[in-house]
Design a protein around this ligand. Structure first.
Ligand SMILES: Nc1nc2c(ncn2[C@@H]2O[C@H](COP(=O)(O)OP(=O)(O)OP(=O)(O)O)[C@@H](O)[C@H]2O)c(=O)[nH]1
Ligand SMILES: [Mg+2]
Length: 253
């Protein structure tokens, strides 16, 4: 069993088959993640709890173009800053399971609020697809969304969907395949913070890069250290076994 499959099994209780791509489904509550999950995986699902938590966990497989994918339905969250157990689970999965693709599902009727989570995911992984769901509702409200412009602005593929009607899901599978295999490169837009924060991040990057052992984004790691995010430091210890020197790195900035 390769390292990633062992990690998924041991830390997250998820069985990834040999050669199977792991795909995370993230998004705010009630945006249609489970509807997309059910439409893509049908009866090929396992449900249970996240290890050590009372939060539901659903995983399911699907085949597309002779490739096999395991879809993981993450708890709905407004952010990844771990104020709730759901946010902690979603953050830890994205940071430490390192899925081959993360689909961020957004509610097309309230894009601005939903983009907050997408921008946080962009700081963790470049392998992201935005699924703009509830497009039928957006149309009813006469909201016009310029999908090609949004795609250019965000630097990742944007798929418009109406999951309850099954619309856009084949295109979503196609983009998942392309990002998973690397035939489609993404370049997610990064938030630029104040000059003080950017200066501190620049200082920390060379220090944290090697400690994180390329296992997660050094920029995200630096930002969390600057935040003094205790929950993230605890997860670093749990998942990567790192706990020496972090306080020193934080105090030095
Ligand atoms: N009109 C419309 N309704 C949708 C669409 N996708 C999902 N829904 C409905 O939206 C509601 C919420 O969908 P879910 O799939 O449960 O949303 P979720 O993101 O999994 O929600 P949480 O698990 O609570 O975070 C359900 O009533 C769905 O039938 C869509 O594209 N259009
Ligand atoms: Mg759900």
């Amino acid at each position: 069993m390769d390292q990633k499959r062992v990690l998924w099994q041991d830390q997250f209780g998820i069985s990834l088959a040999d050669g199977q791509f792991g795909v995370a489904l993230a998004g705010n509550p009630n945006v249609g993640k489970s509807t997309i999950f059910n439409a893509l995986t049908g009866l090929h699902q396992h449900t249970g709890n996240w290890p050590g938590k009372t939060v539901d966990n659903a995983q399911g497989g699907f085949q597309y173009q002779q490739h096999s994918f395991l879809l993981v339905d993450l708890p709905g969250t407004y952010s990844l800053l771990a104020h709730t157990v759901e946010e902690q689970i979603a953050r830890d999965f994205l940071c430490f399971a390192n899925p081959d693709v993360t689909v961020v599902v957004l509610d097309a009727t309230c894009l601005e609020r939903n983009l907050n989570l997408a921008l946080q995911v962009f700081e963790i992984t470049p392998k992201v697809i935005v699924c703009l769901n509830l497009m039928d509702e957006a149309q009813k409200k006469r909201l016009m969304i310029d999908v090609p412009s949004l795609e250019r602005e965000l630097g990742v593929p944007v798929v418009a969907s109406a999951a309850r009607q099954g619309e856009g899901l084949t295109e979503l599978q196609e983009k998942i395949l392309q990002v998973a295999t690397g035939s489609l490169q993404t370049n997610p837009r990064q938030i630029v913070y104040s000059s003080e924060v950017e200066k501190a991040v620049k200082y920390l990057l060379p220090l944290v890069g090697s400690l994180a052992n390329n296992a997660l984004s050094p920029r995200w790691l630096a930002l969390r250290l600057l935040d003094g995010d205790r929950s993230f430091l605890d997860s670093l210890t749990n998942y990567l076994g790192v706990n020496q020197g972090w306080e020193g790195a934080r105090c030095a900035q």
